[in-house]
Design a protein around this ligand. Structure first.
Ligand code: NAD
Ligand code: UDX
Length: 458
């Protein structure tokens, strides 16, 4: 069969996989190929057991795989045969050298750019799907045009805004699709080619075009704004605990102002995930690079509050449980960084588990989708750790339950039964405010929620 367009995506991760599956699904007239350097990952994408858990993804892949969606490890062939190339490799925080702990590690991205240059024999539109520091497209262009090769490359920025757990709906009905390009004749032509792809299912008015630097920067700023809302309400949760105000009531009152809006105001144990911290650190690093130290300090505060919130949670546990956790069994309900994903990258549960182990507590971890990742995250942690599938089994004989992830199932458990099987006095620390604190108190627990008055039996 002859396809209208041949599209390649380099990087078969949380973004590359679902995004390309959506394009393949909505555009049966295009052939979409996803390549990755990791052969195990590609084998999983080609199997019945996909490498990531995302509601609705299995169905999407089943409907398109081997029809117009293909997974392969042959990156060179992919580059040769496709004229539109999305780059969706990982861009984690640098862990070494200059900028360690702050700047984006661009080695995977740069390797890809060089590979595209080496294997291209026809004009390519290269699309930055990964989240990158502003002005990376300039570096990409310099690499692609660094030889005498007479192949034309146009670089576009098309950051991805999907959130894990809701990725399929976010891709199907995005708030917006952002496409940045050079404002030259060739740049605009390349931009139109990408607009045409999305226009197969996204209303035109939701496809925003911009200059390439605005597009790159908008991605970092979007994540910074979202994370800032979480840190803002988390900061207020600490004040609520001192003043008998209730953070849920405050969030409702504040969020009802249409200028503010109600979303992303759920006080929690802190934000996790592979993006927020990394992208804000990147923003802070960029601001410092340009000598904007006051701006950098402002955004760094968002991360400081997030750390403070996680440590505050552990301190509250310690204080409530008579200032010692040594030898106590503590059950963590959830390990994923949010519900409906198995992803544990930067999950606050990692920090809490490690701190509890430092306090010599025995930690029992349960999660419906993230236990394999949890085992990897805690592989070198010292102390007694257990991984248990069933939440009732996990909590049996524990001195405390701490809710780490807002999985709906934890709101539906029988807390009277959990209390009966708990070590007394029994404690619940609800790091996501998903439980009815009064009910849990009435069945016998001492209940500590985020930003609410504690309910204790002593
Ligand atoms: P990921 O780690 O899940 O996937 C990246 C993939 O790229 C991996 O499978 C890796 O093997 C592959 N890879 C690395 N170097 C390669 C190379 N040279 N050639 C071929 N494959 C290579 O990462 P992710 O979560 O999909 O994120 C990818 C990018 O998208 C990042 O820049 C991230 O900031 C951004 N982003 C992520 C999310 C999210 O929710 N995870 C949302 C929006 C944007
Ligand atoms: C985020 C952005 O939302 C998405 O647009 C971007 O493309 C990738 O980064 P993600 O990290 O997958 O997505 O999930 P998100 O829903 O943003 O949640 C991030 C963290 O904030 C989670 O740990 C979540 O539990 C926490 N959070 C979110 C809160 O604690 N309170 C809230 O009100 C909202």
């Amino acid at each position: 069969m002859k396809f209208e367009k041949n599209i390649l995506c380099i990087g078969a991760g949380y973004v590359g996989g679902p995004t390309m599956a959506m394009i393949a699904h909505e555009c049966p007239q295009y052939k979409v190929t996803i390549v990755d350097i990791n052969p195990d990952r590609i084998a999983q994408w080609n199997s019945d057991s996909l490498p990531i858990y995302e509601p609705g993804l299995d169905e999407l892949v089943k409907a398109t795989r081997d029809r117009n969606l293909f997974f392969s490890t042959d990156i060179e062939q992919g580059i040769r045969e496709n004229d539109i190339i999305f780059v969706s490799v990982n861009t984690p925080t640098k862990t070494f050298g200059t900028g360690a702990g702050m700047a984006a590690d661009l080695q995977y991205w740069e390797k890809t750019a060089r590979q595209i240059l080496e294997h291209s024999t026809s004009p390519k539109i290269v699309i930055e799907k990964s989240t990158l520091p502003v002005r990376t497209a300039h570096a990409m262009e310099r690499i692609l045009n660094s030889t005498q090769k007479s192949v034309r490359f146009d670089v576009l920025s098309n950051p991805e805004f999907l959130a894990e757990g809701t990725a399929i709906n976010d891709l199907k009905n995005p708030d917006r699709v952002l496409i940045g390009s050079r404002e030259t004749e060739e740049g605009l032509k390349a931009r139109n080619a990408l607009v045409e792809i999305y226009a197969n299912w996204v209303p035109r008015k939701k496809i925003i075009t911009a200059n390439i630097w605005s597009s790159e920067l908008s991605k970092l700023v979007s994540n910074a704004f979202l994370a800032q809302r979480v840190s803002s309400i988390n900061a207020i949760s600490a004040l609520c605990e001192k003043t008998e105000a209730d953070v849920s009531e405050v969030a409702k009152a504040v969020g009802s102002d249409s200028r503010i809006g109600s979303r992303f105001l759920n006080a929690s144990i802190g934000f996790g995930g592979s993006c927020f911290k990394k992208d804000i650190l990147n923003l802070v690093y960029l601001c410092r690079h340009y000598g904007l130290d006051d701006v950098a300090d402002y955004w760094e505060g968002v991360i400081k509050i997030n750390f403070y919130q996680q440590e505050r949670f552990v301190q509250n546990m310690l204080t409530a449980m008579f200032n010692t956790l040594a030898g106590k069994r503590i059950c963590l309900f959830g390990f994923a960084f949010k519900a409906n994903t198995g992803d544990t990258r930067e999950s606050p549960a990692i920090y809490v588990a490690r701190r509890l182990l430092e306090e010599q507590a025995e930690v029992v971890i349960t999660d419906p989708k993230a236990l394999d990742n949890a085992r990897i995250d805690l592989a070198n942690a010292q102390g007694k750790i257990h991984f248990v599938d069933d939440p009732y089994e996990a909590a049996k004989g524990c001195h405390a339950i701490a809710i780490m992830t807002e999985w709906a199932l934890y709101g539906e458990l029988d807390y009277a039964r959990l209390y009966r099987d708990a070590e007394k006095p029994a404690f619940i620390f609800d790091g996501r405010n998903i439980l009815d604190p009064q009910h849990c108190f009435e069945v016998g627990f001492n209940v500590f929620s985020i930003g609410k008055r504690p309910r204790t039996h002593f």
